[in-house]
Design a binder for this molecule. Structure first.
Ligand SMILES: Cc1cc2nc3c(=O)[nH]c(=O)nc-3n(C[C@H](O)[C@H](O)[C@H](O)COP(=O)(O)O)c2cc1C
Length: 459
């Protein structure tokens, strides 16, 4: 099947579950939600999530990650621990290993940092996952966001923003190089002659660069997808250029449809300028869905989500973490100025997005604290299954996106609601698949399997 086209030729959405292997979803109040199950330390919880999303024919479930507890606010992790502002993050390779064994079709994505890991480690982890899952692995490439993470890896401070992307470019060159060190037909496994593999089809990489020296070859043969699918969510100019060069799925956090359209156009142009096919790279905004049996039920759930579950201190703790800026030194009526935003080294676009959500130009620290559903970056679709499907369709059909990354207000219930009430509506409209057509994630996304590149041949 062509990428994203349904059997009748109609363009179809990609749907991705935005997962967290920890105590809260991306919505910090989720652990307090009455319908949330506190199963985040058990294998069965993740297996159930996988089964739900696979039943809904989702393309992919991808897990975010952070390599430290939020510890920027007042230089302490106390508030994050007290209010459950995402102090728990499990090791993703093991979570995905559990999912590889308990699902059959859905893509399995994990976030790994190019700033704190090494190319060999990442290449080996994802090639292994790709084998064990039968070709369903995806890597969300991030450069990480703050000093707390640096301090868990032997550094005092996070690298400056653009230097992180320079390192990430070289990281990708080395990692893709490692994935190509085994040719597809390198394995022989001839019991009679005793030849295990062709030595002339397994190559050393010999990468020597500014950031890394990697000899290779990888200790894992070439994997079913050739290489895992590459995910990325850069939003700055440098981040968008990086995504244009490498990404196969791009996640965004655009607050409204006009901003999303401009972002979509700009990003696709950058991809074309790189000589790649813009239609082959899907752009997916993160979106919360609040689905109810009736409109009133959905709105009641939305009020709970927006106003009652996130403690203001948890908001500030998370903002400090994401922007790498200690808001405890400011009073509640201090304005968040453009100069302040320029001076932060974390995610700069976040406050602009929150300004949009709050609906005013002047945002104070108190506004951020009061904006309890912190991280409402993308759109919020509220209503019955058919109303939510309408809102998703409107975005999808106005050149703003190629699908969505669905964030959960509570788990696993929010995904169960989408699968039960929204997915059938999208399927009825021909906008979403009703079965998996391919075996690998690449096949389901309509992406080609890359050929091996000769070392040093990478663009
Ligand atoms: C849907 C989505 C998921 C993200 N997941 C992570 C993550 O798991 N870990 C992380 O460090 N950053 C994550 N980010 C942040 C991005 O990697 C990136 O740093 C951010 O969008 C800012 O862009 P910039 O790096 O170009 O400034 C995510 C962003 C979005 C929109």
């Amino acid at each position: 099947m062509a990428g994203g086209a349904g059997t009748g030729g109609r363009r179809q959405m990609a749907l991705v579950g935005f997962m967290q292997a920890g105590n809260a979803t991306v919505y910090a109040g989720s652990w307090r939600h009455p319908a949330t199950e506190h199963g985040f330390l058990s294998a069965g919880y993740y297996q159930r999530l996988g089964q739900v999303l696979e039943q809904g024919c989702f393309d992919l479930m991808f897990f975010d990650d952070r390599l430290a507890m939020p510890g920027i606010y007042a230089g302490s992790v106390s508030e994050a621990v007290r209010w459950g502002a995402r102090p728990v993050k499990l090791d993703l390779s093991l979570v995905l290993g559990v999912l590889a064994a308990s699902t059959r079709h859905i893509g399995l994505g994990a976030t790994y940092s190019t700033t704190y890991y090494a190319p060999f480690h990442v290449a080996r982890t994802f090639a292994t996952l790709d084998h064990l899952s039968g070709g369903r692995a995806a890597w969300n490439v991030v450069t990480s966001v703050n000093d707390s993470e640096a301090q868990n890896f032997g550094l005092d401070q996070h690298l400056p923003h653009d230097a992180r992307y320079d390192r990430a470019d070289e990281f990708l060159e080395a990692t893709l190089g490692l994935w190509d060190t085994w040719e597809d037909d390198a394995l022989v496994l001839d019991r009679a002659t005793g030849v295990f593999a062709h030595p002339d089809k397994v190559h050393e990489l010999g990468h020597r660069g500014e950031w890394f020296n990697v000899r290779g070859p990888l200790t894992v043969p070439r994997s079913p997808q050739g290489r895992p699918v590459l995910l990325q969510a850069g939003s700055s100019g440098r981040g968008r250029d990086f995504a244009a060069r490498w990404a196969e799925l791009i996640f965004t956090g655009d607050p409204d449809v006009e901003i999303a359209r401009a972002h979509y156009e700009d990003q696709k142009e950058r991809i074309a300028q790189r000589g790649r096919d813009p239609d082959a790279v899907k752009m997916l905004p993160m979106a919360y869905t609040v689905v109810g049996e009736s409109r009133a039920h959905a709105e009641e759930r939305e009020q709970l989500f927006l106003h009652e579950l996130v403690h203001p201190m948890a908001s500030l703790t998370l903002l400090s973490e994401l922007m790498n800026y200690d808001f405890s030194s400011m009073t509640l009526d201090s304005p968040i100025t453009d100069d302040l935003i320029e001076s932060v080294s974390g995610i700069r676009g976040l406050v602009q997005n929150i300004r949009r959500h709050i609906g005013g130009e002047t945002v104070t620290v108190g506004d951020l604290a009061g904006h309890r559903a912190t991280l409402l970056q993308g759109p919020r679709f509220v209503g019955t299954g058919s109303e939510v499907a309408d809102q998703m369709t409107a975005w999808f059909e106005s050149d703003a996106c190629d699908g969505f990354v669905i964030a959960a207000t509570h788990s696993p219930g929010a995904y169960e609601d989408v699968v039960r009430l929204v997915v059938p509506e999208l399927q009825r409209r021909g906008l979403f698949r009703d079965r998996y057509a391919g075996c690998t994630l690449r096949e389901n996304l309509g992406l080609t399997r890359p050929a091996t590149a000769v070392a040093g041949d990478r663009g």
